[in-house]
Ligand binder design. Structure first.
Ligand code: ATP
Ligand code: MG
Length: 403
């Protein structure tokens, strides 16, 4: 039987819940199904953090959910769920599914429906396994997650060795929660992390990449990357970056990450884009590589050559396990190459600041601003380029002349 915590105990008030999530749970309940708010948002509310998104778990099957909402799309093959659109919000609604505790093998598909307790038992950590019932305003706890949240303790649901082997991405998630919330990790999970870390290479590259990208943007990129390094995951996932860290390149990268974290946490209006975040991992390696190449040469490298080198270094930095989507590679390459337009490897006299006709120039400038915050000597140069860029954007559009 689950533990039930009343509102007088958990103190979560309904005004903290997204009204769109309340509409979805109410609609499902009125149609005779069970529906709870689940996972990350319940955890965040208990830890006193603002939740990002409100996921919903229900006894209704995907097709049944679809019938209840005007705008509802069924997505995912490995993990089938419904996206319900309410106003401008999209809510993830998933059907209760069976636990995976009987099977030690790597899970490829997870689409067998089950009851609400089974749905909790298949989840990763106890603090992620809590239901919030908006109708009764209670928390329903099958796994002692409520007490763990109060103690700030991260515990796997079930045996950590088994759970990490079933889905090695859970190990990366463990480090993510440690970085984000400073939670303590139970001893057996730390042991399992060391024993099972090699399994991470059997998991899905795109899922690991998504967790990595999300963490870079989270405001906790610096502690997260340090945890990846300390626990031996950096060497496995990003061998080239790890190698450069061992040669003393880590300080530069961590300086970038600290600055990015501070922007995310303190300057919410500043809209730093994903390619800018991830470029911070590669720029120090590229700069060192280009300086070495440049040293023995008589003629300066031109931007075309630098562009080719940066495309190679970016790919190499994430190989062989993580494969970046083409668009991201393209954006990063534009960002990184442009840095050597702002600060050429060799200073030339009388250089003119000319805004190039590349689509991602604003991203390159955003990265240059980041560099100038770390290296105050670049501040004036950044301001000049920024001024030119703004002036360039204000230029009236001129119709091309007909010939
Ligand atoms: P975040 O705040 O970063 O979104 P989250 O815990 O909400 O963290 P999601 O990826 O949104 O992470 O997943 C939602 C919920 O699904 C989790 O809280 C957890 O209950 C469950 N879950 C996610 N990934 C796994 C996994 N690999 N194994 C088991 N359960 C998982
Ligand atoms: Mg979430």
């Amino acid at each position: 039987m689950p533990q039930i915590y009343k509102k007088s105990e958990h103190k979560i008030t309904k005004d903290k819940i997204d009204p769109a999530a309340l509409i979805v749970t109410e609609t499902l309940k009125n149609a005779g199904y069970t529906a709870y708010i689940v996972g990350g948002s319940v955890r965040d509310l208990l830890l006193g953090k603002p939740p990002k998104d409100f996921d919903i778990s229900t006894s209704a099957k995907p097709e049944e959910i679809k019938k209840l909402f005007n705008r509802c799309f069924l997505i995912g093959k490995r993990f089938r769920l419904a996206h319900v659109h309410i106003g401008n919000k999209i809510l993830e609604v998933s059907t209760f599914r069976k636990g995976d505790n009987s099977n030690e093998a790597l899970i490829i598909e997870d689409n067998e429906w089950g009851g609400e307790e089974e749905d909790v038992l298949r989840r990763d950590f106890t603090i992620n396994g809590l239901f919030y019932d908006p109708q009764n305003e209670t928390i329903i706890d099958y796994v002692n997650g409520y007490e763990d949240a109060k103690k700030c303790l991260l515990r796997t649901i079930g045996n950590p060795h088994v759970r990490f082997k079933q889905d090695p991405v859970r190990m990366i998630r463990l480090l993510k929660f440690r970085a984000r919330f400073g939670v303590n990790i139970e001893q057996s999970s730390i042991q399992a992390l060391f024993d099972c870390r090699g399994e991470i290479l059997k998991s899905s590259g795109p899922r690991v990449l998504e967790e990595l990208l999300r963490m870079l943007e989270s405001g906790f990129a610096d502690p997260f990357m340090k945890l990846l390094k300390e626990h031996g995951f950096l060497k496995l996932l990003l061998p080239k970056i790890s190698e450069s860290f061992e040669q003393g390149g880590d300080e530069d990268v961590f300086e970038f990450l600290q600055e990015l974290d501070s922007i995310v946490l303190n300057e919410s209006k500043k809209n730093v884009q994903r390619p800018v975040f991830i470029s911070a991992l590669v720029f120090p390696i590229l700069e060192r590589h280009l300086r070495l190449l440049h040293e023995g040469r008589e003629k300066a490298m031109h931007l075309g050559e630098i562009g080719e080198e940066s495309a190679f270094i970016i790919k190499d930095a994430f190989a062989p396990f993580l494969i970046l989507p083409k668009k991201l590679l393209f954006n990063m390459s534009a960002i990184l190459t442009s840095q050597f337009r702002f600060t050429p490897l060799e200073k030339k006299k009388g250089m003119r600041q000319k805004i190039p006709a590349i689509p991602d120039f604003h991203l390159a400038l955003q990265f240059f601003e980041l560099r100038s915050r770390i290296e105050p000597g670049l501040q004036t140069l950044y301001e000049e380029w920024d001024f030119f860029w703004k002036k360039h954007q204000r230029r009236p559009y001129r119709k091309p002349r007909r010939r």
